[in-house]
Design a binder for this molecule. Sequence first.
Ligand code: SF4
Length: 87
Amino acid sequence: MNPSRRKMLKAGGLTLAMIPVVAMAAKNDAMRASMKYKDSPEGDKSCATCVQFVPGKSPTDLGGCKIFPGDTEVSPKGYCVAWAKKG
Ligand code: SF4
């Protein structure tokens, strides 16, 4: 194998290894903007008490939101205009 081919393969391997990290941390900027999402609560309203919130591993971890497809960085202390009281 010539050196440049070996270099290319190595770079390809690194790129592939990084994909899961990128996939695990993502923001749906378009939905965040249209729903006026912010990382702080609005009075006593926050994602943690919203029916759309998909909690992370622990109650303080970042999670997801059912109306923000692909977003994995929704804060339990966040808020947006689509907030709806859970249960
Ligand atoms: S709809 Fe809005 S308030 Fe409710 S969890 Fe999603 S981002 Fe948070």
